[in-house]
Design a protein around this ligand. Structure first.
Ligand code: HEC
Length: 145
């Protein structure tokens, strides 16, 4: 009786470990997308402070395919909450793009302010998703939760 209980528990634990393992390792494409978003996220405030419309435009163009990779990944995994966070980041990038176009027509403090808010939303999406779906391993590397 007891032995079965122990065996049953061991089987459950093994299945659980396998299930966790199976969806842990991020693809090279996913990691690349994250690193692109990381540099975009750091550059955006600098380019905005310099009112560098060209630079901002280039960052928007870099962010889009990375965000598409993210959305595809979470759509395939059917994790609605993570997908919603990724979509929030995409929407923020779309708003930044609109602001950049407005800024190209001449000084536009309202567009700059709008872009500042959108950058905050963009950066908040990183934090929100990482808190829920990113796991830091003992060696300091990351996996998907
Ligand atoms: C929808 C979820 C989600 C969003 C949004 C998200 N991330 Fe990530 N991020 C992850 C997951 C999961 C990992 C762990 C897998 C990995 O390392 O690629 C990760 C890993 C990373 C890494 C480590 C990459 C490596 O070297 O392994 C960086 C850097 C990073 N994210 C930056 C960002 C930035 C910056 C943003 C926002 C602009 C962002 N992420 C938005 C889920 C997300």
């Amino acid at each position: 009786m007891r032995l079965w209980l122990v065996l049953g528990f061991a089987a459950c634990a093994a299945t659980w470990a396998l299930a966790v393992r199976a969806d842990e390792k991020p693809s090279a494409e996913y990691v690349r997308a994250m690193r692109t978003l990381d540099s975009v996220s750091r550059e955006l405030p600098r380019s905005l402070a310099a009112e560098d419309a060209k630079g901002l435009d280039a960052l928007v163009i870099q962010a889009r395919p990375a965000l598409a990779t993210l959305e595809q990944y979470w759509t395939a995994r059917d994790v609605e909450d993570a997908l919603a966070i990724a979509q929030r980041a995409s929407k923020a990038i779309a708003e930044i793009s609109v602001a950049v176009h407005l800024m190209a027509d001449g000084p536009n403090p309202i567009a700059v302010e709008g872009a500042q808010d959108s950058i905050k939303t963009f950066q908040a999406s990183c934090v929100a998703c990482h808190a829920a779906y990113r796991l830091t391993l003992p060696d300091g590397s990351f996996t998907i939760r």
